[in-house]
Design a protein around this ligand. Structure first.
Ligand SMILES: [Zn+2]
Length: 145
């Protein structure tokens, strides 16, 4: 796993340690992490703080030019909400830890010209598999089912 996906994975593990949903993300601009975060729906009682949204929020307000040169690393395939944010800000490239436990809006992102790379990383897969097995109701709530 490269250092940026490792940072996203570390965020996911931190979320799990906090009793949350183990999904993490980082935003990289010109080779530097400008925002990192993890799913904090449980911790914050939040409706919107998926890992990607948390990383975007923690990067703070950025000009369009920054988003358009950024890469988003996320441990799990992005859901419709997070894919919407990716499209809104014109983030051109997303590196995805895995899409085996959940397939997000990859087709939509590709159709809009976003370059995707899916790693199918075994550590990302097993972290989610274990979480889903242990807390299926919490996972269902996160993806709106
Ligand atoms: Zn999401």
């Amino acid at each position: 796993m490269d250092s940026f996906m490792q940072a996203a994975f570390d965020e996911a593990r931190q979320g799990l340690a906090e009793g949350g949903i183990p999904i993490g993300a980082v935003i990289v601009h010109q080779g530097r992490i400008i925002g990192r975060g993890h799913n904090r729906r449980v911790q914050q009682g939040s409706a919107i703080l998926h890992g990607e949204m948390d990383a975007l929020e923690n990067a703070g307000r950025q000009p369009a030019a920054v988003y358009r040169e950024s890469v988003l690393y996320t441990t799990l395939s992005p859901c419709p909400m997070c894919s919407g944010a990716i499209l809104l800000y014109g983030i051109p490239r997303v590196v995805i830890g895995e899409n085996r436990t959940f397939m997000g809006e990859e087709e939509l992102l590709r159709s809009r010209g976003v370059q995707l790379e899916v790693l199918q990383d075994e550590q990302c897969i097993s972290l989610m598999e274990q979480f889903i097995a242990e807390k299926p109701e919490l996972w269902s709530e996160d993806i709106g089912v």
